[in-house]
Design a protein around this ligand. Sequence first.
Ligand code: BGC
Length: 760
Amino acid sequence: MKNSLLFLLCLFLAYNSSAQSYPPLDGAKWISAASPFDSSGAPCPIFKKNLILRTATLRKAIFYITAHGVYEARINNSRVGQAYFAPGWTPYDKRLLYQTLDVTGLLQGAPQKNAINVTVGDGWYRGHCGTGGFKNNYGRDASLLCKLVLLYGDGTKDSLVSDDTWQVGTGPIRRSDIFFGEFQDTNIPEQDWLPVHTSLTSQINLQPQMHAPVTQQESFTPKRIFTSPKKETIIDFGQNMAGWVKLRVKGHKGDTIRVTHGEALDKDGNIYLLNLRNCDPTDIYVLKGGEVQILEPHFTYHGFRYVRVEGFRPSSENCMAIALHTDLPHSGSFSCSNPLINQLQSNIEWGLNSNLFDVPTDCPQRGERLGWTGDAQVILKTAAFNRDVQKFFEKWLYDLALEQSVNGAVARVNPDAYQFCSRGFKWDVAGWGDAATIVPMGLYDIYEDTAILEHQYASMKAWVKYELARVNPRTFIWSDFTFGDWLAMGPSTDSSFIDQSYLIHSLELFLQAVKILQVSDPDTPAFHEILEQCKRAFRRKFITSEGLLTCNTQTAYLIAIQFHLLPDSLVDRGVQRLVQLIHDNDNHLATGFLGTPFLLPVLSEYGHTDLAYTLLGQRTIPSWLYPITMGATTFWEHWDAILPNGDFSNSSPSHSLNHYAYGAVGDWLYQYVAGIRSLAPGYRRILIAPHPGGDLTWAKGAYHCRYGNILSEWKLNGKTLLMHVEIPPGIEAVIAVPGKERVTVQGGHSYYYTTLVPAG
Ligand code: BGC
């Protein structure tokens, strides 16, 4: 008894000291519904507090706010801020972000009353989350923590915090879940007000949000409204996306509207929902009747292009699809003379739009939507060409480090939603866990972001040590389970080959970081030594006496060439073999998640741009353009997700039709077709080297680096090639006009070239 009193006293002191020592939310208490202690699937709690300001003039009002769950705040019935799904998804037990919002314009001075009202949805915190479909993963409560700081015109200051003076009730949102949609009964008023329960939860894990939030972005009116063979009303919005549908309706009291979201139609023209695993993509609304109502969900989202509507007659005036995603500024653009390749670029962008959703997710529709490490590392470069992703990936890497085990293991998905079904056991595999080294070094290369390298240094090192701990001390070979070259169509690439290659690659990246940061790390000599041993072991085990690889796959050659694992004398041989393997496969790719991003860059780099264009131009399975000929507006997870006859392929029952991984080909469009390449970190020095080819008669790429806009466009006029290049001030560029000597030029100018297309 004495001990438990002591424990309670310590807890109380710890709580109070943590509350005081973590401004700006000091003094605020976590508040939730008191009894019963709600768990997910229940009506969303609404927290309310009325407030009369001390004076008539308010100079500034800043609202600091976060939640267990996802929140939407209103002041005097106006929404606070543009963010959705705040406070975002982080490993909440280790790091919970709070938002800082200027709400000066929403408050009214004394003697008027102000109503503060915050609804909290289940979100990732306690809603269904992760492949296992578990709920209440981070906790069972839906709670709020906030503080309103008021600076008055007379120089005085005041504040209001979440505490036991607030009330909690429920309202129209009867349930809301990211995987299971939202149910609103708009007849139910905000009601059942009760005192809140305050909790002693520490604020030690609070951090300010530094990256852009998820917001409402593009909107689409129906492209086609039709009755399916099953006699259902279907809307085609023309674009696969992550988001929801907003309705403008007038009906009778008690009318029920159901909106069910799907990515595709089946071969007969009915909405296809079988690929959504354990998700119910339906939003339900019960109408109040009488007045026009605007309806949209708040705390769920769907991956969809089509919706089935019940209880409502849709038209292009009364419904629209709204895409939601992290608000990332565009950083580049690519276009060319081939409409299919322009559609490919659009599909790449929509893969990004749909999956850069606070974390880089694998897909936005089925019961998964996780920050898969492998997918994130393969898409990074393409993502950066199209969107400014620096802060976005920085946030994700911070969490990756926090989720890492003491033995350096990286969670396969970040935040680690698997811990809930695997009892905290962590492991990752080659090509996936290597996101721990590839992404920070990638951010350094793209943005010259030394800070991220410094921050991730320990995480990078821990991952490399984790890999090394798995190396056989006798053979210096790592051989473990891998996901292989995930979803490749063709012969599989040996696991051990992938392990060993990524181990060497990660070690090299880590040693580059050591050099860049000029760290004097006593382990460095040993890492250099073991790197050499591992490289020698690679050659012994994976290179035959004829100088070929023991793994006869496109991906094996691509990885070996890209990671410089072949001795110089064997590189040409390797390239020839790769070319042969492509020819033997009827000039089709046979690569999966790991091999695909390297395919076209390696071919172009070693003089086979013609073959790169041939591969890009293919329209049969497996190819990038095949899905486009089938009407796809985003990349599929499987090359053959939908067969030419309209059947869904049997290779997986739950194909995602919106996975961004194969969109990594976008990097080649910018770096080789348009020819914009960085030669020094952060684009301090660049190469402009377009590779005209295929059936293209013009191409244009632009990229906004931190020095300004880089532009490279070319046009063919018969046999004459016209080039227009713009280099921002402050950088140096090497310009490689096809068939001419390279020239070095200074930035701040435009350059124009006319040349004859070199023969061959
Ligand atoms: C995900 C992938 C991921 C893979 C790893 C899948 O379920 O959707 O994108 O990389 O698992 O095996």
